[in-house]
Design a protein around this ligand. Structure first.
Ligand code: HEC
Length: 106
């Protein structure tokens, strides 16, 4: 009984650490390409927080492609009048994992 409880706790602890590491990795990747100048994880800055983006598009299968082209080409009007600058210097292979990471935020 105690044994079982212990392994459940271990599992919970492990999952907790796992997602913290992923969030940290995502944060580092976003910082490396300059997204953090305008976005924070859980509060709006110049643009919406990544948590807001994740909530808005949860379950939307068109979102990964839509957001990829939005980040690459820039644009405004979804969250307000302030435009996001284009990121034409980043490849789709660089941007897509960032989008996937953002959309996976709980
Ligand atoms: C110069 C500031 C700025 C930078 C740098 C920036 N963004 Fe944005 N971002 C914005 C603004 C402003 C919006 C809101 C645009 C709108 O309302 O349509 C936005 C919106 C978004 C959205 C939601 C788009 C939508 O249509 O819902 C995503 C996803 C996003 N940004 C990701 C990124 C990523 C990834 C990077 C780094 C490669 C990045 N942003 C860099 C300002 C920025």
């Amino acid at each position: 009984m105690i044994h079982k409880l212990f392994s459940v706790l271990l599992l919970v602890g492990f999952l907790g650490i796992g997602s913290a590491v992923n969030a940290q990795e995502l944060q580092a990747s976003l910082a490396a390409v300059g997204c953090v100048a305008c976005h924070k994880m859980d509060a709006p800055l110049v643009g919406p927080s990544y948590k807001q983006v994740a909530d808005k598009y949860r379950g939307d299968s068109a979102a990964p492609a839509l957001l990829l082209s939005k980040v690459k080409q820039g644009g405004s009007g979804t969250w307000g009048p302030i435009p996001m600058a284009p990121h034409a210097h980043l490849s789709e292979e660089q941007i897509q994992p960032l989008i996937d990471g953002i959309l996976a935020i709980e």
